[in-house]
Write a protein that binds this ligand. Sequence first.
Ligand code: HEC
Ligand code: HEC
Ligand code: HEC
Ligand code: HEC
Ligand code: HEC
Ligand code: HEC
Length: 372
Amino acid sequence: MALLILLLVINIPVQSIGIQPKDSVGNNPGMLNAENLVRGERLFFGLVYQDNKSINCAGCHNTRESDTLNWNPDALEISRKYLDKTTEDLNRVLLRPSGQKMAQVHKGFQLTTEDIILIKAYMDRFVDIGLKKNKPVITNLFLFIIASVLFLFSITDLIITKIVKKRWINYSVLIVTTIFIINTLVIDAIALGHSKDYAPFQPIKFSHAVHAGQNGTDCIYCHSSAPYSKIAGIPPENVCMNCHLMVRNGTRSGATEIAKIISAFEAKKPIEWIRVYNLPDHVFFSHAQHISVGEVKCQECHGKVEEMNVIKQVGDLSMGWCINCHRTKKINIHNNKFYSEYIDLVEKVKKGVVDSVTVRMVGGTECMKCHY
Ligand code: HEC
Ligand code: HEC
Ligand code: HEC
Ligand code: HEC
Ligand code: HEC
Ligand code: HEC
């Protein structure tokens, strides 16, 4: 009986705003009027105070794309997850959170059922509209176009129209724009196809700083083919599961990110990692050659991976990048089966004719070594 009264009490304000409780919001788009969406938005952004406290969902769940790593699931992710769930499901994670992280972050929320229906109605919209994009800043292309227009104007004015009486103005404009245009063209031509600092957004917030840094897991544990194969290899889900069968909660991301590994593993659907380092097809590169023969450390080419939350391309992978190292990098020619054919060089080092051997001296700058 008490329950019935409670239900009635909760239902009154719900009915009065014209939305039915539970999942009928999602199934009844007609019920969603603009006013209710705005109310949902205000709740989501913490603009409505409850007991002098506001809950800013957007403060933790990004509503726009971000370049920096935010460990919390973003608004789009949680909206997708709850699109087909009921308001009661959302009630549960907001008012009676379970799980280490969830209980910590969704603590002491005071929201009425009406609030939660409005929040859900607002959240459901993300699935269609996605996260807000950051406005592009004035791009180089824009400046390039302006410079080209100014250049054309000045040159036609100097030769044909002669509107500007003071000729030095036209000359200065010409000089400045010419320098800018050539500079841009040269820089872009060199950078074409190179992507230093490339750090794409990955489907799971996998952090090398947590695994290789904090946990101290060896690179080879996951990239196991690196010492004996051309490729280093990205670990399949069952390698993650060696540990994540047990570890279901992360200190930073809670259960959300690790749950993605488990569902990928169970569905036998490989996680679609986005490739960061990529050489063009006409170049030959082997990890085994560098790691096992050359004894080069991963960090010399990939930077301090164990400090990166998001992998970022270090070095531009240009031909010059490879050659610069081959010119100066010393190799250990003694006790290395691979160099047994270089008897002359070994002798020279012994006799003190040369004090060390670089990669170049064993042919590391010959075109055919790197090009098929
Ligand atoms: C627990 C497993 C694990 C460990 C340990 C690990 N990695 Fe990774 N590594 C991954 C996964 C998964 C990816 C793909 C996702 C990504 O790019 O962040 C990856 C990606 C990379 C990439 C980018 C590959 C590409 O897409 O081009 C590099 C480089 C790399 N790891 C180097 C290292 C180095 C160096 C170490 C040791 C300091 C290391 N990794 C330790 C799992 C691991
Ligand atoms: C001499 C430089 C160099 C060293 C040393 C090196 N890498 Fe790489 N790595 C590269 C280059 C270049 C690529 C891109 C290769 C390509 O596109 O064919 C790459 C690609 C990768 C990739 C993604 C593609 C793949 O091969 O699976 C991973 C993962 C990776 N490296 C991990 C490692 C790890 C782990 C180590 C240390 C055990 C290491 N690398 C050592 C230069 C290096
Ligand atoms: C050698 C054991 C081991 C392996 C293998 C491993 N992990 Fe982990 N991972 C851990 C531990 C331990 C934690 C908890 C770290 C913490 O909370 O500080 C963790 C945490 C995480 C987190 C959450 C981080 C946070 O703090 O919220 C993610 C996401 C994750 N791992 C993804 C992966 C993926 C993807 C793979 C496979 C490519 C993988 N892990 C392989 C041990 C491992
Ligand atoms: C202090 C930060 C914080 C605030 C404020 C916050 N959340 Fe969360 N929320 C999190 C974190 C962190 C997780 C992931 C926890 C986990 O996976 O263990 C999460 C998870 C969720 C989930 C997914 C639950 C699931 O089943 O995976 C939903 C839905 C959600 N939040 C909605 C909201 C709404 C709506 C609000 C505002 C009323 C809100 N959150 C406020 C941090 C926050
Ligand atoms: C950090 C230094 C370093 C960088 C960067 C580097 N290498 Fe090397 N490379 C070495 C060392 C050391 C060896 C010696 C191993 C050997 O003699 O085979 C080597 C050997 C080689 C060899 C075998 C040469 C031979 O004599 O058989 C090839 C091929 C090669 N590298 C290709 C590349 C390519 C392609 C790149 C750029 C994408 C690259 N390397 C970048 C250090 C480097
Ligand atoms: C140590 C390895 C290495 C050696 C030795 C090497 N190259 Fe390259 N080369 C590369 C790499 C890596 C690229 C790809 C650069 C890129 O993507 O911009 C490349 C690209 C090229 C290209 C395509 C143009 C470009 O810049 O993309 C040409 C042409 C070329 N190399 C010619 C040569 C010739 C000729 C030699 C011998 C004198 C030579 N290479 C020796 C690694 C090497």
